[in-house]
Design a protein around this ligand. Sequence first.
Ligand code: BG6
Ligand code: MG
Length: 211
Amino acid sequence: MDAEAVIFDLDGVLVHTDRFHYLAWKKLSDEKGIYFDEEINQRLRGVSREQSLEIILERYEGEPFSPEEKKEMAAEKNGIYREYLSGMTPGDVTEEVRETLTELKKRGLCLAVGSSSKNAGFILEKTELRDFFDAVSDGTMITKTKPDPEVFLLAAKLLNKTPEKCLIVEDADAGIEAGKRGGMRTAAYGEAAKSGKADYILRHFSDLLII
Ligand code: BG6
Ligand code: MG
């Protein structure tokens, strides 16, 4: 690869917290009698907690929830989600991910995280991943989430790299779009690989070493 920096999405790329997001939303929706399934869940990848709730509520036909109720629901989901996160350990990161990050660093690439999540710091701490990265840009530092490029542009700025020197690694279509809008190259991993919108497709995480 001819990039000088790689900016990684977190949920669904470095760790499988995307599963925990699903389980937490599912628990909340079941409790409130709101229909929710894996297909709707795919649309939540990369978007903020509040926007995720709006997407879930598209299928809800009962009395509309007030802004306060929505705030409470988002907080409740986050509480359930954080319970899953508190059980995370370094063992939740695959050897393949650790070895690939180590090798990219050895090759002189700058590495960053670019995540919409406000829980990114907690996840990086629980999994002991933080030290791999020269910068972290997350949901606590931005005003617009993916597909807006803000989170990636901030990561590039923190790395002191121009966008065209950066490669984005994403599992969300919204994240691939964010990377493109930001003028960066994009690599799709997992779900995002299906839509064929990215510059590169990663069948395995370690494919980053051969593109
Ligand atoms: C993204 C996830 O990384 O973070 C989304 O793909 C999630 O599904 C978003 O909604 C916000 O996460 P959090 O942890 O701030 O609720
Ligand atoms: Mg993701």
